[in-house]
Design a protein around this ligand. Structure first.
Ligand code: PXP
Length: 264
């Protein structure tokens, strides 16, 4: 059977820091969580340094970079302050996300099409520094086309609306969002972009999205940290990996049907 490219799992450790910060101490330590996740099979670690530092702190980012042996994906807003920190940290990747202080989580994708003039120098500086830039966007053609024009090598498709519709049992909305993700992933790949996805994924939605061969990385946090309370983080990572591997088997067939000439 033809094989799709491998699918990486990036584990987001933000909410280990949320729990730590509830008591303003040092435990639980998000770096320890990152090490446990890697030991259990995570391919990389993701952390979001928010403007209000509500979970991850500057020193967590520095320690993650120093202490983990796998790629660090640094999520941040496109501000001058964050750019300075990212260039000093030199993570493997930076994922640019929109950020509003009052939101509970990153609610929508970055408006790359509307803010391309402001984003262009950020992307260029990070590209020049050898940091892989990813833009967290909705699976909309105009956003994807602008991401390619801005020479960002990677996009991450915001899966939040799809996951919410699945969990809420809104079948029609879930299907519409799924179709949008499918089309967006194909368009992005054909524009030469590497495609990641994330936000709100659980075992079931991760298994399903793993069947899309254009997607090569999932970044997952909140659900896994919640599950870890009951079964431990190592077990959660292994179960997630199993779900992704089951879904990925279907990606081989999907890949073959989209590349009939045998192009890989
Ligand atoms: N990807 C990006 C760009 C995000 O901002 C987040 C949330 O921080 C995630 C993935 C992970 O989302 P969740 O915590 O809902 O799994």
């Amino acid at each position: 059977m033809p094989k799709a490219p491998p699918l990486r799992l990036g584990v987001n450790v933000d909410h280990v820091a949320t729990l730590r910060n509830a008591r303003a101490g040092e435990r639980p330590d998000p770096v320890r969580a990152a090490l446990v996740a890697i030991e259990a099979g995570a391919d990389g670690i993701t952390a979001h340094l928010r403007e209000d530092r509500r979970h991850i702190r500057d020193e967590d980012m520095a320690r993650l970079k120093a202490e983990i042996a796998k790629p660090l994906n640094f999520e941040m807003a496109a501000t001058a302050d964050m750019l300075r920190t990212a260039l000093a940290t030199k993570p493997h990747a930076v994922c640019l996300v929109p950020e509003r202080r009052e939101e509970l989580t990153t609610e929508g994708g970055l408006d790359v099409a509307g803010a391309h003039n402001a984003l262009a120098p950020f992307i260029a500086r990070l590209n020049d520094a050898g940091v892989r830039v990813s833009l967290f966007i909705a699976a909309e053609p105009r956003q994807i086309e602008m991401a390619a024009k801005l020479r960002a090598p990677v996009i991450e498709i915001h899966t939040g609306a799809w996951c919410d519709a699945v969990v809420d049992g809104q079948a029609a909305k879930a299907d519409a969002e799924w179709q949008r993700i499918l089309a967006g992933a194909a368009l992005a790949r054909s524009a030469g972009l590497e495609v990641h996805a994330g936000h709100g994924l659980d075992y079931a939605t991760a298994e399903k999205i793993a069947s899309i061969p254009e997607i090569v990385e999932l970044n997952i946090g909140y659900y896994m940290i919640g599950e870890a309370l009951f079964v431990g983080l190592g077990q959660t990572v292994r179960t997630m990996r199993g779900a992704m591997d089951r879904g990925r088997k279907l990606a081989g067939e999907n890949h073959a049907s989209r590349n009939p000439a045998g192009k890989r």
